[in-house]
Design a protein around this ligand. Structure first.
Ligand code: XMP
Length: 507
């Protein structure tokens, strides 16, 4: 049985990071809403309570029953998790004199405590809380302090329960990995047996058992997730898998042809469908961003459904859904900023059973699995690309001519990033075709042509992002090449907005 750590999610923005860090240690874990602990699951070897946007005093604060956890399995509370354990045992939690946010250093450490093994005095930790524990019950023992926070970490004597008020999962916490390793491996006894190889073996076995001789259809997008899902399924059920790759006409330059060739090289059974004309017709004259997205989303479902119906006896629809898409969200606001077309819609329409072999993996794990499956590096390290493609990078209405202009400019930018060794240090890059024209001069001629914006960002998950400080010489070279070679463009700008408040795509 696959042993696991459970992370109880109290709504912190860093809960997913805890999961990723535990997985990086080679230990399998699952993120579960704070009130849904699987008490009947005997494979759970430890539990981590996450942080939370709430204070323990808040009426709406998320609470969980600790008596069934404490004393039964090892428990580690992080930030709110630590405050919640202390508070419910009679400790005092109070608003911090100033909201504590940012770097601090561990001044006192109890090295005899297993959680603090090999953590150096002075190690930097990351604090982010409005409250702080000001007194702990008699059975609690302080095991680390910082200059401002006397109880930076504690242990409950006589049981395997710990709390830390800092965030070991955040990369700024230098001792974070060591602390999590101490908990997961030494305290919980984790075997660290979660590897790409073990995942592939068990998933292939499981897929063969579940799918038997059934036929499966999968939509490829050219992106990492759907590609890895396809190769994994191909290994499990071979020719019973049919992949459909739809060209909506708004892919990058030559992408349809190149990616199709890659897929065929991987031995996949792929049907490439060029539906670009249909999409251009449906989009003609449409300028409103959400309407464009909806039209492409619906068009994609229609084309896919039509193609899939040409196949006989298909029982399953496979998708490259990954873990961050599945974690039950505790989002408190729930506002839709943009509708991402590839999430939802298709399964309801097609009346097929859903098969999602990557639903337990984080993005970096998907990449590791892809490498282990022997997929080419350029497919694995590919930047993310939005489902609606260049349509959300053309402001205003879409025409084949505008797509052509953007494809040329984008090709120059991306190729240059690769040639100058910058591609892998950028999380995502692309060009946006603006809806303004400006005056320029070419030779002796006055021009009145379009402007494009270059966008390159760093990010870990697309939720937040910052613009990349690309070298001026590089930007100059790309700008020159675009203006000289792409007919219809006479001005290049560089987008220096971070997310938030901007977003990565312009629409
Ligand atoms: P935003 O623009 O919301 O983008 O900051 C965040 C990330 O999501 C990608 N994106 C999409 N991906 N379907 C997708 O699969 C979509 O409709 C879509 N819209 C945006 C975007 O490229 C970035 O990586």
């Amino acid at each position: 049985m696959q042993e696991k750590i459970i992370i109880l999610d109290f709504g912190s923005q860093t809960t997913q990071l805890i999961g990723r860090r535990v997985r990086e240690l080679g230990e399998y874990c699952e993120i579960i809403p704070y009130n849904k602990f699987p008490y009947d699951d005997s494979s759970v070897i430890g539990v981590i309570l996450s942080g939370s946007p709430f204070s323990v005093y808040d009426e709406k604060a998320f609470r969980t029953e600790l008596s069934r956890l404490r004393g039964h399995i090892p428990v580690l509370g992080i930030c709110y998790g630590a405050q919640f354990i202390a508070y419910t045992s009679g400790g005092t939690v109070e608003p911090a004199p100033s909201r504590e946010y940012g770097r601090a250093h561990l001044t006192e450490i109890d090295h005899a405590d297993p959680l603090m093994k090999d953590i150096e005095r002075g190690a930097q930790v990351w604090m982010s809380h409005g409250d702080t524990i000001t007194s702990i019950p008699a059975s609690f023992k302080t095991i680390a302090s910082t200059a401002e926070v006397p109880v930076a970490a504690y242990r409950v004597e006589g049981e395997k329960t710990w709390g830390v008020q800092f965030h070991p999962e955040v990369y700024h916490s230098e001792c974070g990995t060591q602390l999590l390793r101490n908990f997961v491996v030494d305290i919980c006894g984790g075997r660290q047996d979660w590897t790409a190889e073990s995942f592939i073996d068990s998933t292939v076995r499981e897929l063969r058992r579940t799918l038997g001789d059934d036929k499966v259809v999968l939509g490829l997008s050219g992106g990492v997730d759907s590609s890895v899902a396809a190769v994994l399924l191909n290994r499990a059920i071979g020719k019973n898998l049919t992949c459909i790759f739809v060209d909506h006409g708004m892919l990058r330059k030559d992408e349809f042809r190149n990616v199709l060739k890659d897929y065929e090289g991987l031995g996949l059974n792929v049907i490439g469908v060029d539906a670009s004309e249909e999409f251009f017709t449906n989009l003609a004259g449409v300028t409103e961003p959400e309407r464009k997205r909806k039209i492409i989303g619906k068009g994609f479902i229609d084309v896919f459904d039509r193609e899939a119906h040409k196949l006989k006896d298909v029982k399953w629809l496979a998708q490259g859904t990954i873990y961050p898409d599945c974690i039950e969200s505790l989002s408190i606001t729930g506002t839709t900023i943009k509708s991402h077309h590839n999430v939802g819609g298709l399964p309801e329409k097609m009346n097929l059973s859903l098969c999602e072999p990557l639903r337990l993996l984080f993005k970096d794990e998907v990449r590791r699995v892809g490498r282990q499956l022997g997929m080419p590096e350029h497919l694995i390290t590919r930047h993310p690309f939005p489902g609606p493609g260049l349509a959300v990078r053309i402001l205003g209405d879409i025409t084949p001519e505008k797509v052509r202009i953007l494809q040329e400019a984008d090709d120059i930018f991306i190729r240059s990033l690769r040639e100058d060794g910058l591609y892998d240090s950028v999380w995502q890059a692309g060009v946006i075709l603006l809806s303004v024209q400006s005056v320029g001069v070419m030779g002796d001629e006055r021009t009145y042509e379009r402007a494009v914006a270059l966008r390159a960002v760093t990010s870990t998950d697309g939720m937040t992002a910052d613009w990349v400080h690309l070298p001026y010489e590089f930007l100059a070279k790309v700008s020159n090449e675009i203006i000289n070679k792409v007919k219809g463009v006479n001005r290049v700008c560089y987008d220096i907005s971070s997310k938030p408040p901007a977003t990565i795509e312009w629409e």
